[in-house]
Design a protein. Sequence first.
Length: 158
Amino acid sequence: MKTNILERRDFGDQGTFGRMIVSGWDKILFSGELPWHDNKTNISCVPTAEWCLAHGFCLPEGLYHLKMRYSGHLGWCYWLKDVPGRSWCLVHPATYMGDEALGFRTQLRGCIALGYNLGLMEGQKAVLRSRPAVVNFMNYMKREPFMLRIIDAETSSA
């Protein structure tokens, strides 16, 4: 089973941003997640952990198993299995992942967005060209399960 790496690099109220290195693929995808909000459902990254709270990340560093799952709202997505305290952490297209309480837009509720670029949309940090990136990623992966290692670029030697 392939192992891909999600490396977080940029953290703030407009989102948590990084890159996904896909095993054997020559493309690098960029990622976006919500900021940390005490693991509150639909507005926070997950799960509650001292490390997560200290660094402002959605999921603590570690290895996660992903497989395809159907969402009535989003269609077929990759699903992160066995995330403590959550049941629907998905990888799907999205542009915005900011803190709504501070006036930023978001299209995430605890999931991970992928795109081909990071940039600004209407003055907010954003994941760009998300839908084609997610579709191409799922096709490259042949919709088969895989492992995802999530790391913090600040503390990792990877």
